[in-house]
Design a protein around this ligand. Sequence first.
Ligand code: NAD
Length: 332
Amino acid sequence: PVLRVAIMGLGGYATRVADAMQQCKRAKLVGAISGTPSKLTAWQAKYGIAEKNCYNYESFKNIKNNPDIDVVYITTPNALHHSQVIAAAAAGKHVICEKPMALNAKEGAEMVAACKKAGVQLLVGYRMHFEPKTLEVVRMRQDGELGKIKFFEGLSGFVIGDPTQWRLNKALAGGGALMDIGIYSINGARYMVGEEPIWVTAQETKNDPVKFKAGVDETIQFQLGFPSGAVASILSTYSVNYLDRFYLVGEKGYANLQPATGYGPIKGYTNKGELTQPHQTHQTVQMDEMAAIILDGKKPIIPVDGEEGLRDLKIIDAIYEAVKTGKKISLT
Ligand code: NAD
């Protein structure tokens, strides 16, 4: 069977996912939800979506009576994810939610509980969890080829443009660079090191308080400690370009990914040489793999479920707490 997908929030990333899904073998774009009628018309024409599978935010509740849609993929601004995931679950649909899954761990836990209660699956759009070079580094670490892991460095940043966009609006974004791009290094630290962090320290720098208003972080550096004694050092920023790098070091070897999370081909090398796994469009692989997870119960190598999204939100909460208090925050 094929996973029949409706996308909610027809913006930039939704279009990228919709385009990538045209090459999928197991996932098919069949529906759309938008508050803008002209977007729905355009999507019907571009992707061959049936009128009966199109909804606005008011009619969306009727999706529960539509047997031709299996899953709702939510690609709206961060602040909307919580209520929209809960609404999709209440309509009896599986849900894929973009990162960050919510604004904080409290919201995340409510979403996980709502999906569990409704008996639907909740997945988070962590496309790197299916990327072949990333998975090769995870395999090397799991097979002991890097030895005992000692250190991870994550660099996640770019210079953000238009100051009026929702990403710089605390109410819609829930924060700044950390919510949007720093989360890649938080998540990456966890799957690269292969442990859950037990403490965090963090420091914020704000050089442009006009562009980055209260509650919107420009730059945060933070450190994570893991049960084995491994440590991670991470930079999250909206003010520096060319920051997309993961560096994992163990007693017997290392792996360097740069770019580590961009859409284009990931590049990497280890102490054993260059990584040569072929590039495939991330979202195409992601959607085929998510179809197998939802339809066949396949277990991904790196989890993408709501619990996984919630773990990242707990760390984000702790980072903001560490920035505010200047203290080392325990995650246990
Ligand atoms: P975008 O601004 O391009 O699109 C957001 C869409 O939501 C727009 O179509 C907008 O009209 C719609 N929307 C619905 N209700 C809205 C409201 N109340 N206010 C504002 N917009 C509203 O943003 P995007 O880049 O597509 O990001 C959407 C989500 O996808 C975010 O959560 C983001 O973090 C995530 N994202 C993930 C990746 C990834 O690689 N996984 C990449 C980009 C974005």
